[in-house]
Ligand binder design. Sequence first.
Ligand code: ZN
Length: 198
Amino acid sequence: MKAGQKTITLKKRPRGAYVAPTDCPACDAENAFETKRKNGAGMLRGESLPITYECQVCKHCGFSLLTVPQMGERIRLAVEAYQKKHNLLTAAETRRRRLALGYETQQELSDAAPNIAIATLKRLEAGQRVQDVAIDRLLRDELRQLEEKQKRKLVQKFLQKTKWSLTHGAMTLNTNTISYTRWNAAKNPTPVEAGATC
Ligand SMILES: [Zn+2]
């Protein structure tokens, strides 16, 4: 830093936790809101999708509003309704299949399937946007391939285990047969064996 140069520190915008409004802007009542479930429609790509969502309703005048988290949830519900209607992968299904494949993180799945970009996976599992049909097909193909691979591995593992127990069982059986033969031979020596020991 040159002499005489000043260090300018930019003031940071205060970042507190989000606080939902408590006073009604319509009738000025304090602590006016209660959470209620409403049946309504979410608009997405020109389609009206029936959804049941939560919102804040004023106890005094009936004025309603959505808090920031409720807005996010309303979008998520509309996205999910659209995906179900159009037979696209939902956020929940993608997450469920990822975890069933044994991938704890989105990064792990993206590493296993290089055609699935981590950004795509993050967006889809966040459930705030509908994926393109091409992306959906690609993702389904990759998931199906990984699931088939997993199934083959499980079958192989099962067969190996079965083979081992069969071998193990056969060995036990063999040992028993040998002991029985020896015991039987000692008790009732056959003429050949009797001759051999005499
Ligand atoms: Zn009010």
